[in-house]
Design a protein around this ligand. Structure first.
Ligand SMILES: [Mg+2]
Length: 467
């Protein structure tokens, strides 16, 4: 099993293959069609922007496919935007006032976007189409599901797992999300618990009153961790059982299988901000528990087949792919060369954008060194495969600039104070990132800090000489 791990300059063992429509079957959604396959790169066929808003929703102006206006006097855009959602465009259910101004700037008088845009969030316990409807309402123009990237969306590219029996952990419409992403055989923690009633023993009230033989189950071939579950002790126990039994928790193995079954994990955020004064546990905290338990029990490291969601480069590559696809679909001829990633969280948004920027630069450097400009052949085979670049000979993107806004998690100068005090007292560096990502303070430094998303758009327009 491959290493996972996108440390700086090192990318996960992800092998994108045929992509499938995530939003299949969702009413009013616009599915990216079937794709790629033979040529190896993940090529999602063009989706149709302009999904209908939910019933009762005020009708936002529709984006017209193929009719997007170009920047005034600037030709087709050679750049695109990656917008974080919470803390940038909305706070809870309320739109950030600057967001509407920013999108008025980004759209023409008919509500048509003049620049490719994707929305990049680590949320995962909802459907892409539902998030698109929320954003349409908040921004006053129509957002299509294909513009929305949830923490699990890049799992669409992991077709090598789509036919296998996969255990899924998390909450919300997990099974529907898994099926929409292309997974055919999904087993929830609750279904596994029912099949093996002797496994879940922490809660005395849930212990079985009488014993039944285990029902026969297909062996599981992998685990998908979508997000934090509700009963952590149950999920931690059953996931560990599946790993230690090589997918058959009814069996008792003499030796611990290692490498263990592949694990695909979405959303590594340790903490998140809700209404409470102090941060809440995120899925990263759950992963930390699972890693610690596995290490303590087996003496070995838990390994991930892939870690996705921000700040993973796999997620940024997927965003780039969707942006290029939008530009292509609109008939904008100029290749996309620069990305602007706008976020409020240094650890996910800024770190992720900077890490991807480093990846783009090192890939280009390797190509230049080999005298093969814009050819992926000189990049490491691992990175090519990881990001689906092996057959993507026209990767035109040169940079991904990070822009930090002050309308969410980050406030000028405040955020590092607690960490600095702790570091001074303990001599230990406080790093809230995932175990498999390197602690490099330079990755947390934004290319630009501005007040809000409208300022971020204006900054990018100025850099692009765009009006
Ligand atoms: Mg945010």
């Amino acid at each position: 099993m491959g290493a996972v791990v996108p440390e700086q300059g090192r990318l996960g063992a992800v092998v994108p293959g045929r992509a499938v429509p995530e939003a299949a079957g969702e009413a009013g959604s616009c599915s990216p069609g079937a794709a790629a396959g033979a040529d190896g790169a993940a090529r999602l066929a063009a989706g149709q922007p302009g999904a209908a808003a939910g019933p009762g929703a005020a009708r936002p102006r529709a984006l017209q496919p193929g009719a997007c206006a170009e920047g005034r006097g600037a030709g087709p855009p050679a750049f695109g935007f990656l917008f974080d959602v919470d803390g940038v465009l909305v706070r809870g259910s309320q739109p950030v006032p600057a967001a509407r101004r920013a999108f008025q700037r980004l759209a023409d008088s008919g509500g048509r976007l003049r620049v490719p845009v994707v929305f990049l969030t680590n949320a995962g316990n909802c459907l892409r189409s539902a998030k698109a409807r929320e954003l349409s309402q908040a921004l006053g123009l129509q957002v299509s599901p294909e513009q929305v990237i949830l923490s699990h969306s890049p799992l669409q590219l992991f077709s090598q797992f789509h036919e296998r029996y996969m255990l899924v952990a998390g909450q919300g419409p997990m099974e529907e999300n898994a099926y929409n992403l292309g997974f055919k055989h999904v087993v929830t923690i609750e279904a596994l618990r029912k099949a093996y009633p002797l496994l879940d023993m922490v809660d005395l009230s849930r212990r079985p009153k009488q014993l039944f033989p285990n029902s026969s189950q297909k062996n599981l071939a992998g685990v998908i961790l979508f997000g934090e579950p509700v009963r952590w002790e149950t999920s931690l126990q059953l996931i560990t059982d599946v790993l230690l039994s090589n997918g058959n928790p009814g069996a008792e193995l003499q030796e611990v299988p290692y490498p263990h079954l592949p694990i695909l994990a979405c959303n590594m955020d340790l903490l998140w901000m809700a209404e409470a004064k102090m941060p809440r546990f995120g899925h990263g905290t759950f992963l930390l528990c699972l890693e610690s338990i596995y290490k303590k029990v087996t003496g070995r490291e838990l390994k991930y087949e892939a870690l996705i969601g921000k700040p993973s480069p796999v997620t940024y590559h997927y965003a780039q792919y969707l942006i290029q696809q939008q530009a292509e679909k609109q008939g904008w001829k100029a290749p996309i060369q620069r990305l602007y990633a706008v976020g409020d969280n240094p650890m996910s948004d800024i770190y992720g954008a900077n890490l991807y920027n480093n990846y783009l630069k090192s890939a280009r450097h390797s190509q230049a060194q080999a005298g093969l400009k814009r050819s992926p052949q000189a990049a490491s085979a691992q990175a090519e495969v990881s990001l689906g670049l092996r057959n993507d000979c026209n990767n035109s993107v040169e940079s991904c600039e990070s822009i930090l806004v002050c309308t969410g998690v980050y406030r000028h100068g405040e955020n590092r104070e607690t960490e600095r005090r702790t570091e001074a007292q303990t001599g230990e560096t406080v790093f809230h990132g995932h175990r498999d990502f390197c602690c490099d303070p330079s990755l947390l430094e934004a290319s630009h800090i501005v007040q809000d998303v409208d300022d971020a758009v204006q900054l990018a327009f100025k850099k692009e000489n765009w009006s």
